[in-house]
Ligand binder design. Sequence first.
Ligand code: DUC
Ligand code: ZN
Ligand code: ZN
Length: 466
Amino acid sequence: MAKFDLIIRGGRVATAADTFDCDVAIRDGRIAALGDDLGTADEIVDARGRLVLPAGIDSHVHLAQPGAPGQVMADDFESGTRSAAFGGNGTVLPFCLQRRGESLRAALEAYHGKAAGQCYVDTAFHLIVTDPTEAVLGQELPALVADGYTSFKVFMTYDGLALSDRQMLEVMQVGRETGAIVMIHAENDDAIRFLTDRLERLGHTAPRFHATSRPIPVEREATHRAIALSEIVDGRIMIVHVSNRPAMEEIRRARSRGLPVHAETCPQYLVLTEADLEGIGMEGAKAVCSPPPRDLASQEACWEGLRTGVFDVFSSDHCPFRYDDPAGKLAPRGRSSFRWVPNGIPGIAARLPILFSEGVAKGRIDLNRFVALTATNHAKIYGLYPRKGTIAVGCDADIAIWDTDRPTRITHDLLHDACDYTPYEGIEVSAWPVSTLVRGHFVVRDGQLVGRKGHGAHVARAVAPN
Ligand code: DUC
Ligand code: ZN
Ligand code: ZN
């Protein structure tokens, strides 16, 4: 009998700490040995000339999330996790949205129902808290943390989602007491409403005014306030989808005072700008997300933040809506104002090739930082480490095999999601994750889907150490 199930032979392996040439042996879904001459295996995969990296963990994705009336998210768990696998990811963390009046348990049951048997890669849910009742705060959240749902998201804007400062404090206090991390969508709701109403009165309704309605101070103020609230309860927070330098400065200042403030940025803030919201008719709606893409200086700031550690994680914020679809972006609710365009863009498959090509290949970040930003730090912060997020003996064999000499023009058909466009159409990348393994099984192999729908499992998470 062969010693191992699979050996990935001859590749260059990188973790968040080291880069080394070795073979990777897998048994029963886990990494069983690293080294040379590891012995026999049922299957040997030749990875010479390839990079062998921890599969990506994308800790910010929206799949099958209910939205405003008439809006339908393009990806369900099947198409979303399929696209994730084509983009080199082994685990994704989608949000489970509590609707007001609904219990979190009921919301979770519905999400598990949608995901069961549908996933190609592993999943773990964050909980979006929109209705922090006494029962939610006192009973449901602590019990759910104990069950392995160790992160909550709260919104400072959006009808039906936004919490008051008091409510944010209540949720953060539960985070403090249970060890869960609270993720924050930081934008000032009143300022957005004020600006949106004014723009509409002036007849400024084209998609490009989405950015005008959410300028940088809207994000900076809310980031500052979220940090101050977390300081009051001494809680650990993650500021998600940070788009610009002034917001980064708030985070940097908080860290320099020793506060446990984490931060995330996303591909749209590296390669898109406000100009992508322009275009004929509603074309710019394809780039409508919040916070909006900014300018070239903001892109540079975000690169600096990735390099210097302001950002712990780089996620896609995959939030897919079709464009030419009654439930999508073109004519939301039959109207053509940016106000009604569903906020969010797809990116689950494009995230890693973009960061690798623009970051590692162009010398902005090194390979080990790439691994930290795309896998290891997600696992550490969200309680999946050391089971996931690195290549070491005993870990789940979640691995992406990369061709780093593969000039590719991103087109929507490469991404295998259920959207009808990508905002990254036409971007040239130099590398692509050609194979993805989840717990030792190929999901994508040499660019072909070979995995079994249903192989992806839900993973209970620990509370991460401070
Ligand atoms: N916030 C997100 O996290 N995703 C998409 C839209 C939004 O506002
Ligand atoms: Zn958000
Ligand atoms: Zn999001």
